[in-house]
Design a protein around this ligand. Structure first.
Ligand code: GLU
Length: 425
């Protein structure tokens, strides 16, 4: 049985070194030419920007941001922008590489990119976030565009931030350019269903896995790490549409458990009011460690990367891990999960509902012709189920875990595109 990267190889590797090792391992397995692997192991373009912003108190702060355009052999660059104090160029590079495989495994006509600004939005006013967004957009406007590179929401960025990006880019161009960004509010060309799309994709892929494994989702107990856009909407959709019980959730400030099942909407209202899920009336407070070790059927990491590691993986008790976040499981933890027969639906497949509805939004923005929510849901389900089945099939055929299989499906497409396009000049 093959893992993408073995535990011995990972050691203290950074996210991007892991991403590169994954490329090597899958490339070797597929017999990809080593020259081509060298291309795939490097980002095409990286832009670092340092920009001044006037704060509410009149002082000026200089912020640093990045846009990494990883690969465009399958189409324009595509990927989110995150705002977080821990953003590094190295991490953005790994996330941009993962976007490349994500778009390829789903079959979207996009390459991969990612952006980030080093900032803690919790310390800022909405006006300051707006000014940071507008100035960052202006700095990266030289490389983005509806046919070049299309940003989207990610950690701590939302539809409002996308509206400011769209407006700033449009002001620079002198005309309205809705196709420059996805995840916009519907009033300015956003797609119905984009906000919950990532979580809806998590639900559809988990439903497929549960069906194959003989697990009844309607009786499943679900644990969710993170209660932002992905975590909250996953809780809501698994509860409302999956019929599952949400038994424990967390955010960066605390974790709670209710064995009888939490009400996702009430937990969200509590978080909106107090700033955290912690202290939700009637729920038992637990530690993040207890959350990970909760006896349940499905565990959904929906926060940052590197949560499930060799150090804590033994505590995992669920049958399925559905990766709502990007890179939540380290390769050495992956190997343990594989040996324990825990099905990991890998991030590049599991959370691809977001970029898939981004693609729908981009198509609608370019055509100025809009789809109903029903149409969005139906097309999303069709695409996610098909991609899941293809990856599952590959995993069975090759006797590998689903992450390796997903990379194999993605890399085959990328390699084929290189063969056909050739190397310029
Ligand atoms: N940030 C999301 C992701 O990591 C969505 C990207 C997009 O829609 O372009 O997949």
């Amino acid at each position: 049985m093959l893992q993408t990267v073995t535990a011995q190889e990972t050691g203290e590797m950074s996210a991007f070194e892991i991403a590169q090792a994954q490329i090597d391992a899958v490339g070797d397995r597929l017999g990809v030419d080593s020259d081509l692997l060298e291309i795939l192991k490097k980002p095409t373009r990286e832009l670092t920007v340092n920009f001044p912003v006037k704060m509410d108190d009149g002082t000026i702060r200089v912020f640093t941001g990045y846009r990494v355009q990883y690969n465009q052999v399958l189409g324009p660059f595509k990927g989110g922008i995150r705002y977080h104090p821990d953003v590094t160029l190295e991490e953005v590079r790994a996330l941009a590489a993962w976007m490349t495989w994500k778009c390829a495994v789903i079959g979207l006509p996009y390459g991969g990119a990612k952006g980030g600004v080093i900032v803690d939005v919790k310390e800022l006013s909405p006006r300051e976030i707006e000014r940071i967004t507008r100035r960052f957009t202006s700095e990266i406007s030289i490389i983005i565009g509806p046919h070049k590179d299309i940003p989207a929401p990610d950690v701590y960025t939302d539809a409002q931030v996308m509206a400011w990006i769209m407006d700033t880019y449009s002001m620079i161009m002198g005309y309205s350019v809705p196709g420059v960004v996805t995840g916009k509010p519907p009033i300015i060309g956003g797609s119905s269903g984009r906000e919950e799309a990532t979580s809806r994709g998590v639900l559809y892929t988990t439903r497929q896995a549960a069906m194959i494994l003989g697990l009844d989702l309607a009786k499943a107990r679900v644990v969710i790490q993170g209660y932002g856009n992905v975590g909250y909407n996953a809780a809501r959709l698994f509860h409302e549409e999956g019929g599952s019980k949400i038994v424990a959730v967390s955010d960066s400030r605390g974790a709670i458990r209710d064995k009888e099942g939490l009400d996702p909407l009430a937990v969200k209202a509590h978080k909106d009011e107090t700033g955290s899920v912690a202290g939700f009336p009637g729920a038992e407070p637990i530690t993040p460690k207890e959350l990970l070790a909760e006896k349940a059927d499905v565990l959904i990491p929906a926060a940052l990367s590197g949560w499930i590691t060799a150090d804590n993986v033994d505590a995992v008790q669920t049958r399925i891990i559905a990766e709502g976040a990007n890179g939540p499981t380290t390769p050495d933890a992956d190997q343990v999960l594989f040996e324990r027969d825990i099905t990991v639906i890998p991030d590049i497949l599991c959370n691809a509902g977001g970029v898939t509805v981004s693609y729908f939004e981009w198509v609608q923005s370019l055509q100025q012709f809009f789809w109903s929510l029903e149409e969005v849901k139906q097309r999303l389900e069709e695409i996610m189920v098909k991609a899941f089945d293809r990856v599952w099939e590959m995993a069975q055929e090759e006797n590998v875990d689903m992450r390796t299989a997903a990379y194999m499906v993605a890399m085959k497409k990328i390699v084929r595109a290189y063969e056909i396009r050739g190397i310029y000049p």
